[in-house]
Design a protein around this ligand. Structure first.
Ligand code: ZN
Length: 307
């Protein structure tokens, strides 16, 4: 089952020639989710060949411009391209007013329903379907902000071939065994569930934390994530500025990754003062070796692990 993320923007508040403001696409089991929608996000979607009409759910972490200034353009292009499917937008409530005023002033009458889902800023499940769910948790920033965790639901157990060769098992019984039931064979032989099945891989999860200052209270929400995206606006030499602006340094992002015992860390939301992310990456890998730096267009599949 697919679980892939694509970085649309790795810049901080000000875009640069190589870095767009925040935006990320998460594809899970063919469901397309967009997180944040900085200015130019629709061009990035085109640049990286992501069919934007497939996006039905957009999550906006907070209402700083670099996280939502691209939204009205994307909404409008979806309309002009003939969209009829509803579009769900999860954000702090003020965004609805902002978008409605822009639509009204530009005499745009959408051909599709725009559904606003207000975030409270607390820990809550905001999206839930058969295969996955999305949870929010509070970040520590200068305005209300939330992080998101995308988690796949546990898959069913697999039945061992050797068992199926030995016993005649109906489809109904197979379903029960996959769900954890034991089994009695034709000669009354007892099979405990563990003898017949292989456990599924551990569910994968992707945690997104932008923007936030260093705050250990987020650790419990992102524990053991397969991939953590954590902002690293600055390096340690700017630690005081990071603290003042409620952002994080690369070293702080890596410390959170280490303490949360995640598999891999991606840092991003780099201040425009850094032409390259090399030094920030070095700073982070010194604390948490399994770190990569976000680049616009970078795509990553999340790998299942058995335990
Ligand atoms: Zn911000």
């Amino acid at each position: 089952m697919s679980f892939k993320i694509t970085v649309l923007g790795s810049a901080g508040a000000i875009p640069t020639i190589n870095r767009n403001p925040s935006g990320m696409v998460v594809v899970m089991n063919n469901q397309y989710f967009l997180i944040d929608c900085g200015e130019g996000t629709q061009m990035q979607l085109r640049r990286y060949n992501i069919k934007f009409q497939r996006i039905n759910h957009i999550f906006i972490s907070h209402l700083h411009g670099d996280h939502f200034f691209g939204l009205i353009g994307l909404i409008s292009s979806m309309h002009l391209n003939g969209r009829t499917e509803p579009l769900n937008i999860y954000s702090f409530p003020k965004l609805q007013e902002i978008i409605e005023i822009q639509l009204e002033a530009s005499h745009t009458h959408l051909n599709y329903p725009l559904i606003f889902k207000p975030l409270t800023g607390d820990t809550e499940i905001i999206y839930n379907d058969e295969h996955q769910y999305v949870k929010t948790f509070p970040l520590n920033h200068s305005v209300p902000a939330v992080g998101f965790v995308f988690t796949e639901k546990p898959r069913l157990k697999k039945i061992k071939k050797t068992f199926l060769e030995k016993e005649d098992v109906s489809i109904d019984e197979i379903k029960k065994i996959k769900a954890g039931a034991d089994f009695y064979g034709k000669n009354g032989k007892f099979y405990p569930n563990t003898a017949m099945t292989i456990d599924p891989p551990k569910p994968r999860s992707f945690a997104y934390c932008s923007d936030t200052k260093y705050d250990e209270s987020i650790i419990e929400h992102i524990k053991e994530a397969t991939l953590l995206y954590h902002e690293a606006s600055f390096g340690e030499e700017m630690k005081d500025i990071a603290e003042e602006k409620l952002h994080s340094t690369a070293r702080q992002a890596a410390t959170i990754a280490l303490k949360a015992d995640v598999k891999q860390l991606m840092i991003g939301h780099f201040s425009a003062r850094y032409k390259q992310a090399d030094d920030l990456l070095l700073e982070a890998t010194a604390v948490f070796p399994s770190t990569i730096a976000a680049e616009d267009g970078l795509s990553l599949g999340l790998i299942s692990s058995q335990t």
